[in-house]
Design a protein around this ligand. Structure first.
Ligand code: ATP
Length: 453
C-alpha cells in the first residue's frame, strides 16, 4: 500500500467509526486509541476467529481470562522487573526521547547526532493496590497475558485433568510504556494480545514449534492476508531472547515495510521453571531466577519413568491491534470504475466484516417499504449470521458507497416490486462484483446461511 493510501485508510477509520484517537476532545493521549462502532465489531470478529481456531475447533486447548493487575512477585520471578526494558536515548538538542535501537544514531526529530548514552527504560506500568501507597503494595499492569497462564498452570491441570501435550489460550489487554509509540495502532501503550501457551514434553518441542508455525501461517492466510505481503522470519541464534530456543516472527508488509504481527517462540522450561517451587528438584534446561517464594510445583509426572518434570512451552503470541491494522491495510482498495468514477472498498473476508448485510429501502418515506425493511431485519437477525444493519438514508447510491467503504459483503434492497408483486422478492448486491441478483424472500434464510457459512 502506498503512503498516501495509508493516510486515506486512517481517515476512513475515523470518518466511518473504526478507530478514534483516545481522549480526542482533550487533544488525545499518545499511544492510545479507541475502537468505534465498526472497529469494535471488526476486532471482536478477529478475536472470535482466533478463539475458534485455538479452542473450539480443537480438543487440546483450554481458555483463560485472568486479571490485568498483576502481583509484583509474578513479574519479578518472570524476569520482567529486571529485564523488560528498551534502550532509551535523549536528543540533547531538541530534548526528544527515542528507542536507541530504532534510530540509528541520529535524532529522527531534528537530525542531531548529539544524543545521550543509551540507558534501560523499564516498560511496565506500575501502580499500587489498596488505600496505602507504599512499596509493599506495588502491582503492575501486565505487559503480556502469558504470565497468568504460567502461574495458573497447576490450577488448570487440576481442574481439567489435562495431560500433555495441551495448551491454554487467552485474549486480553496488555500494557507497555513504549518510548516511541508510532504507526497508528501498530505500536501503542495499551493493546490486546492473543496468546497461547502449548505445554509439551522436553524433546518433543521442536516438531511442535514447526507445527504451530504452520497452523499460524494458515490462520493468517484465512484472514485474507495475501502471500506476497506476508513473511515468515526465523530469528537467528544471536537475535533470540536468552531463554528462547527458537523464535519465528510472522511479519506483514505495512506501509513502512515488513514488521512483526506475531512471534512463535520455543520458550523451553523457562517460564514454568521460574515460577516453580523447589526448582532444584528439576533438571531445568533454561537458566531461571532462583525462587524461594512460589508455593506450587509447576510440573507433571512422566508416566513412563514416574519422574516429575517441568514442561517446555511453545508460544504463538499475536497482537490483536496489529492484526486489525494488517487486515484493514490488506482490505483497503481504491477501484477505478471508468468514466471518471471510482470507489473505495474494504474487501474484508465475510467472517470479519463488521456488518454482514445492510437492508436498504428504495424510499425512506414509504411506510410500506420501511415496514418491510423492519420485518426483514427481525427475520435476518434470527439467522445468527452476525450484525444486520438497517439503512435509513433513503439514498441507495450513498448507502452502497458507505457499505463498500466499511466492507459490508451484501446490501439487500427493498423496492416497490418487493411489496407489490408475488412472490415477494428483493435485490442482493455483492460488494466486490457489484452484481445484483433478485431473490425471493422465502429463499433468503437458506441463501444467507450458506453464504456466511
Ligand atoms: P516489538 O519487537 O514490535 O516491540 P515484541 O517482540 O516485544 O514486539 P512480544 O513481546 O513478542 O512483542 O509480544 C507479542 C505480540 O504482541 C507482538 O508480536 C505484537 O503483535 C504485540 N505487541 C507487542 N507490543 C505491542 C505494542 N506496543 N503495540 C501493539 N502490539 C504490540
Amino acid at each position: 500500500m502506498p503512503a498516501t493510501q495509508m493516510e486515506q485508510l486512517v481517515s476512513l477509520c475515523k470518518r466511518r467509526g473504526f478507530i478514534f484517537q483516545n481522549s480526542d476532545i482533550y487533544g488525545g493521549l499518545q499511544g492510545l486509541y479507541d475502537y468505534g462502532p465498526l472497529g469494535v465489531e471488526l476486532k471482536n470478529n478477529i478475536k472470535a476467529a482466533w478463539w475458534r481456531s485455538m479452542v473450539y475447533e480443537r480438543d487440546d486447548i483450554e481458555g483463560l481470562d485472568s486479571a490485568i493487575l498483576t502481583n509484583r512477585k509474578v513479574l519479578h520471578y518472570s524476569g520482567h522487573e529486571d529485564t523488560f526494558s528498551d534502550p532509551m536515548v535523549d536528543c540533547k538538542k531538541c530534548k526528544g526521547r527515542f528507542r536507541a535501537d530504532q534510530i540509528g544514531g541520529v535524532c529522527p526529530n531534528c537530525g542531531s547526532t548529539d544524543l545521550t548514552e543509551p540507558r534501560p527504560f523499564n516498560l511496565m506500568f506500575k501502580t499500587t493496590v489498596g488505600p496505602v501507597v507504599n512499596d509493599d503494595n506495588i502491582a503492575y499492569l501486565r505487559p503480556e497475558t502469558a504470565q497468568a497462564i504460567f502461574t495458573q498452570f497447576k490450577n488448570v491441570i487440576d481442574s481439567t485433568s489435562r495431560k500433555l501435550p495441551f495448551g491454554i489460550a487467552q485474549i486480553g489487554k496488555s500494557f507497555r510504556n513504549e518510548i516511541t509509540p508510532k504507526n497508528f495502532i501498530f505500536r501503542v501503550r495499551e493493546f490486546e494480545q492473543a496468546e497461547m501457551e502449548f505445554f509439551v514434553k522436553p524433546g518433543e518441542d521442536e516438531p511442535w514449534h514447526e507445527y504451530w508455525k504452520q497452523q499460524r501461517i494458515n490462520w493468517w492466510l484465512d484472514q485474507g492476508l495475501s502471500k506476497e505481503n506476508f513473511r515468515v522470519y526465523d530469528q537467528k541464534p544471536d537475535e533470540l531472547a536468552h531463554y528462547a530456543k527458537a523464535c519465528t516472527d510472522i511479519e506483514y508488509k505495512f506501509v513502512w515495510g515488513f514488521d512483526e504481527l506475531e512471534g512463535i517462540a520455543n520458550r523451553r522450561d523457562y517460564d514454568l521453571g521460574n515460577h516453580t517451587k523447589n526448582q532444584e528438584e528439576f533438571n531445568l534446561e533454561a537458566h531461571c531466577h532462583e525462587n524461594k517464594e512460589s508455593t506450587t510445583k509447576l510440573c507433571v509426572r512422566d508416566e513412563e519413568t514416574n519422574k516429575l518434570y517441568v514442561p517446555f512451552v511453545i508460544e504463538p503470541s499475536m497482537g490483536v491491534d496489529r492484526a486489525t491494522l494488517a487486515i484493514l491495510t490488506e482490505a483497503y482498495t481504491e477501484e477505478d470504475l471508468g468514466e471518471g468514477n471510482s470507489r473505495i472498498v474494504l474487501k474484508l473476508k465475510k467472517h470479519l466484516a463488521p456488518i454482514k448485510i445492510a437492508i436498504v429501502p428504495l424510499k425512506k418515506n414509504s411506510a410500506e417499504i420501511m415496514n418491510k425493511c423492519h420485518e426483514l431485519k427481525k427475520q435476518l437477525m434470527k439467522l445468527g449470521i452476525g450484525r444486520v444493519a438497517l439503512e435509513n438514508t433513503g439514498n441507495i447510491g450513498k448507502a452502497y458507497r458507505r457499505h463498500d467503504e466499511i466492507g459490508t459483503p451484501l446490501c439487500l434492497t427493498v423496492d416497490f416490486e418487493t411489496i407489490e408483486q408475488q412472490p415477494e422478492t428483493v435485490t442482493l448486491r455483492d460488494r466486490d462484483t457489484m452484481q445484483q441478483i433478485r431473490i425471493a424472500t422465502a429463499d433468503l434464510p437458506a441463501y444467507l446461511r450458506e453464504y456466511f457459512a
